[in-house]
Design a protein around this ligand. Sequence first.
Ligand code: NAD
Length: 428
Amino acid sequence: MPTRRSTDGTAGERLFETALEQFDAAADLVALPERTRSILRTPKNEIIVNFPVEMDSGEIRIFRGYRVQHNDILGPYKGGLRFAPYVDLGEVKALAMWMTWKTSLSGVPFGGAKGGISFDPREHSRGENERIVRRFTHALGANIGPEYDIPAPDVGSNAQSMVWMMDTYLNAGSSTDRQNTRRVVTGKTIETGGSLGRDKATGQGAAFVLAHHYEQINRDLRGQTCAIQGFGNVGEHSARAMARMGVKMTHVADHTGAIANTAGIDPEALWRHTHEAGGVAGFDDAEVIDVEEFFAADVDILVPAAIENQITEARAPHVRASVILEGANGPTSVEGERILIDRGIEILPDVLANAGGVIVSYFEWLQNKMSSKWRLNEVDDELRRYLWEAADGIEAEKKRLACTRREAAYAVALKRIGTVFDQRGIWP
Ligand code: NAD
């Protein structure tokens, strides 16, 4: 069975400790001044809202939602909303901190935030989901805003959730400048102001990062094989984008189980199946395998694109892939990473590999602000440019500091933030 997350709050706190540990190591590397370090170790705002929602049965239930605004020195807070039963404050704090590094590294003018609601959207009707999202938006009130804090989708939320948030925000506010506040959220449907290419942006971006790596090592991506954990937004779109580059997907795992077919699994056929069946289990054209077999699959590229803490100390010794492309946030534990690096396995870290989502979110926000519309090829070209520039910066820093790729990514991100803190100072 896939690893289940506990709901007692300890898993989230552990994740935040991991985020702090990674931060401390990178802060040492770039000799970040103590005052900047202490500011960045603590999120600026931690918001918890408890709000009532009427169920279809007429019963009233209280839900708990979170928004953690980690840092906004580089621009408005930006980050996704996670809808899952295990969502807790620790997890949201870790994810918010990672967003700060990601936006800085990507060169988009945003800070870092993250949020969520502890509930399972799959256990609720469409009507209940809508009322939960709208009441959450109302409870957040002025804590979000188009120039202040801009949510986006993450695990369990989607474009429809963003449209409900936008509509609630516009209707509840007193602004006469309503159309101009559509950019209070990104990841919307195209019809309501979303950007072409936003839906696939994270997966497409991961594939661009992989292509950059293969160019660096002078190898052809064509004919390479991959295993993907998670076949949601990131997993599906990275599968499709990698297939366009000639990579064959042979193993897939999600919350319903794991499957394999060495002849290749067609992303389109699997997408149709998961759409109907709710997961990869029961897919005809593959055999069922154990989740541990999945992590030990004989493939070139392993893409964890589901949840955190999957490539652990226990699994890392068995990984046979030579490249880990981190589609998910925090999929590799600190101990797991040490083992992978000792074994010479290349890690393309989450902070770069899944930055495509926030970069195209920035393009959506810009298009809304300018009332303009970019073509898909313009979005993709710009996305590749941003990611390749960030990847070049990381490779240069990795060489200079003789450190891991993740540390180099953090170093680039922290230096940028550190410089702005130095120039702006601390008021008063
Ligand atoms: P999603 O909800 O669309 O899909 C999640 C996938 O993970 C599903 O296939 C689900 O079956 C699988 N999954 C859930 N629990 C699992 C478990 N215990 N074991 C195995 N598989 C499990 O979510 P998503 O948007 O694709 O996000 C996936 C990851 O990528 C998350 O870590 C998220 O933070 C990160 N991410 C997403 C975006 C984005 O734009 N969507 C951007 C950056 C990072």
